[in-house]
Structure formats: structure tokens, C-alpha cells
Design a protein around this ligand. Structure first.
Ligand SMILES: C[S@@+](CC[C@H](N)C(=O)[O-])C[C@H]1O[C@@H](n2cnc3c(N)ncnc32)[C@H](O)[C@@H]1O
Length: 240
């Protein structure tokens, strides 16, 4: 085996393969991220992003919220430097990049983050790497650090509520990749030899949509909603 060992969530050995590869692996990735960003108030001045990766959602947040300062957290130095270069090349200088594990923040650590000060928190394809009890702690921590009326929107895989639809969800995903002219196997050949765990994250710990909504409600969020869903992918969240 060659190349760097990837952390959970990095997916590709070479970070520069991520943007094209994720679009082949996941149906309607762009529409999903657009849905997250569209939910943000254009008046937001402070936005927190958890697991920014290569900065595809960060870019959308900066465009949607022209006055906002974005605090972008990721535990991968490779992802952070890739995102930073992309965002700077796009002409934005409103981002604080923080190399940290958002699981530590869920447990009350991470003094680097401002407290109680965010108009919004967003995340995509990252929180599902935490086990459910830590997801729950993270949702509480997000709620505590939003201004009253602030919002949280998360895009993540959500498995079907029953096994009846599991095969259908899988078929839809494989058909998507086949439509792009590439077999799923060929895309997966570019994925990294991932570390099974790094910090608080490990390989997928998928929770159903209803389980997520229950956790969000328990964390204090209200007016929960699901502005976008496509088979096993969903954007969901609510207000503090
Ligand atoms: C699949 S990528 C998604 C990146 C980006 N949000 C997107 O939608 O394209 C998941 C990202 O979450 C980061 N990540 C996973 N677990 C993390 C944790 N516990 N703390 C900080 N970052 C984490 C990974 O390094 C990776 O950059």
C-alpha cells in the first residue's frame, strides 16, 4: 500500500481527487450543499462550519452570507490547506481556519472557538463519523453556542427507516455513478487506505433521519425541518 493514510472522512488518498470523486460517489452533491447554504440568513455575521473538507460548502456560505465571518473547523491539515487555497483564490478573506476535532468541542473542549456567538452552524458529510451519543453532545453544544433564533443545518447520509428500502437506496447510488460513465469500483480505487479511527471519528455511524430529528429536539432545537432529501442523503436541522 502506498500514499498517506486517510482520516475518517477524507476519503481520497490524494486530496485533489476529492471534489471530482465525491460528485461521482454521491448523487446531487451540489444540490445538497446548495440546500444547506440556502437555509442561511443573508444577514448572518458569524457562521461555524464543522468538517469543512475542501471548502465546497464554505464557498457557498461565503456567497450566501456576504457579511459573515466563517469559522471553519477540520481535523485534517491536508483538507484545511486545500480549502484555504481554494477560498483565497476565489477572493474571500473572511475565514478563520481551525485545525481541531469537533468531537473535542462536543465534550466541552476547544477554547479556540468563540462562545455563544454564531448566527448559524453548518456541516456536510462529517458528523456521521461520530457515534450517536457524541452526535447528541455535539448537537447540544451547537445549540448552546448559537444566538437565540440561530440555526443549524446538516447534510449527512441517512439510511432508510426500515430494511425494506435498503436495496433501493443502494441501487440508486450505484446507478448514479454508472450514469457518470464510471463504475463505482473505479472511483473507489482512488479512495484512501483509511485509518479506522482518528480522534473522535471512525467509519460511518449512520443514524436514520427520525433518530437525528429526535436528537435535535432533545438538544433544544425547534421548528425542525428537512429542506432536501434524496433517498439516503438528507439536509435537516432547526432553530435555537
Ligand atoms: C466527506 S468530508 C466532507 C467535506 C465537506 N464538508 C464536503 O461536504 O465536501 C468530511 C470532512 O470531515 C472531517 N472530519 C471528520 N471527522 C472530524 C472530526 N471529528 N473533527 C474534525 N473534522 C472531522 C474530515 O477531515 C473531512 O474533511
Amino acid at each position: 500500500m502506498s500514499g498517506p493514510t486517510t482520516y475518517p472522512g477524507e476519503i481520497f488518498t490524494d486530496t485533489s481527487d476529492f471534489d471530482a470523486g465525491i460528485r461521482l460517489l454521491l448523487p446531487h452533491y451540489d444540490a445538497m450543499l446548495d440546500a444547506v447554504a440556502n437555509c442561511l440568513p443573508a444577514t448572518a455575521t458569524q457562521v461555524l462550519e464543522l468538517g469543512c473538507g475542501t471548502g465546497e460548502l464554505s464557498l457557498r456560505v461565503l456567497r450566501q452570507c456576504p457579511s459573515a465571518r466563517l469559522t471553519a473547523v477540520d481535523y485534517s491539515p491536508r483538507m484545511l490547506s486545500y480549502a484555504q487555497a481554494k477560498i483565497e483564490a476565489a477572493g474571500f478573506n473572511r475565514v478563520s481556519w481551525i485545525e481541531a476535532d469537533f468531537g473535542d468541542w462536543a465534550e466541552g473542549g476547544l477554547e479556540a472557538l468563540p462562545i455563544n456567538s454564531f448566527d448559524a452552524c453548518v456541516s456536510s458529510l462529517a458528523i456521521h463519523h461520530l457515534r450517536d451519543p457524541l452526535k447528541q453532545s455535539l448537537f447540544r453544544q451547537i445549540h448552546r453556542n448559537l444566538k437565540p433564533g440561530g440555526c443549524f443545518w446538516n447534510a449527512d447520509p441517512t439510511p432508510p427507516e426500515s430494511q425494506v428500502l435498503a436495496r433501493l437506496y443502494q441501487i440508486v447510488r450505484e446507478a448514479w455513478t454508472a450514469q457518470q460513465g464510471t463504475a463505482l469500483a473505479a472511483v473507489k480505487a482512488k479512495t484512501g487506505h483509511g485509518k479506522p479511527t482518528h480522534g473522535h471519528s471512525s467509519h460511518d455511524h449512520l443514524a436514520t433521519l427520525s433518530a437525528h430529528l429526535t436528537m435535535l429536539e432533545d438538544a433544544g432545537f425547534h421548528n425542525l425541518d428537512v429542506p432536501w432529501k434524496y433517498y439516503g442523503l438528507a439536509v435537516f436541522g432547526g432553530f435555537a
